[in-house]
Design a protein around this ligand. Structure first.
Ligand SMILES: [Zn+2]
Length: 140
């Protein structure tokens, strides 16, 4: 799509043609016939991208332009282009099967405590349960 005045390229961030000064403001008719504008092309593109202007809304180029549905405008205006979504974050390391089986190395105190608990349990068995068992077997 080009400038209706001189056939030059449409500027993205201006509402008048830099060559022939033609009126290039975009007008949008939203629900209940309310008209918004004039916008430059970039602003119109953004309002379509964030959903304020829908493809079925009538738009016109310049105050004297004809109303057409936004979705019927030429594709080179890139009004219905999808904004690329941000890249997905990398998966957490724990989901890596090679790393899931490896021992955690950041908490040596926990492994040390594990051994202390195990020794205390063995000590408890030796000091309390073993004499009790011996006593029981002798008292039969
Ligand atoms: Zn022009």
């Amino acid at each position: 799509m080009s400038c209706p005045g001189c056939g030059g390229p449409l500027p993205e961030m201006e509402r008048t043609c830099p060559q022939c000064r033609a009126d290039l403001g975009w007008w949008v008719q939203r629900e209940e016939g309310v008209v918004y504008g004039p916008y430059d092309l970039l602003t119109l593109r953004r309002s379509v991208a964030d959903g304020r202007t829908r493809p079925s809304d009538p738009v016109k180029l310049g105050e004297l332009g004809a109303w057409v549905l936004l979705q019927s405008l030429p594709a080179d205006l890139r009004l219905l282009e999808r904004i690329p979504s941000p890249p997905l974050p990398p998966p957490p390391l724990a989901e890596d099967p090679a790393l899931a089986d490896s021992e955690p190395v950041s908490f040596p105190i926990l492994r040390w405590l594990g051994w202390v608990v195990l020794l205390l349990l063995l000590g408890f068995l030796g000091l309390v349960l073993f004499p009790v068992l011996v006593h029981l077997s002798y008292s039969r």
